[in-house]
Design a protein. Structure first.
Length: 175
């Protein structure tokens, strides 16, 4: 991607988050975004079809970055859960407004997909033993803990402690 395109997208995303901290997603307009980013509307539409596509791309990028962060240079999958909580905590100021706005359902769906993929590819889970029902229970448990941790402002709890307890819960589901 050329440098000018990356710069413009960064301006749009920065403006989006600035507005999202001030007001709900449904109150943000493309006009407000472009004014704050100091670009014209046509430039915005060269990059995104509308604000919904922008939101979707932002969420997918955060989930993809989290996946790369968790699995990069990892010899053991067992540490991936701790790394996921570390990533979420480190990026809380960006993720939190997505959870409290229209992006919540999209963020939740992308996270479910990521957790499902992790279960299917991880050495931690024997898919011959994990039934479809157990897999859904594991996904719901992990997602529920992540949502509680982020939305209830429990960030003072250490990612590694949460990951250890969550692993115990998940393995009790498998048994």
């Amino acid at each position: 991607m050329e440098r000018r395109k990356r710069r413009t997208q960064k301006l749009i995303i920065d403006a989006f988050f600035e507005l999202l901290h001030e007001k709900p997603f449904d109150k943000i307009t493309v006009n407000q975004l472009t004014k704050l980013a100091d670009i014209n509307r046509g430039t915005f539409y060269l990059h995104y079809q509308d604000k919904y596509e922008l939101l979707e791309e932002i969420i997918k990028n955060y989930i993809n970055h989290m996946n790369q962060y968790c699995l990069h240079d990892q010899e053991e999958d067992s540490n991936a859960l701790t790394l996921a909580f570390d990533y979420l905590k480190d990026n809380y100021k960006f993720i939190e407004p997505l959870l409290r706005n229209e992006g919540y359902q999209l963020f939740q769906n992308e996270l479910k997909s990521s957790i499902s993929s992790f279960i299917e590819t991880s050495d931690l889970f024997d898919l011959h033993v994990v039934s479809i029902l157990k897999k859904q229970a594991i996904i719901s448990t992990i997602l529920g803990v992540i949502e509680w941790w982020l939305l209830e402002d429990e960030l003072n709890l250490s990612p590694s402690n949460i990951a250890v307890e969550l692993k115990d819960i998940v393995f009790s589901i498998i048994r």
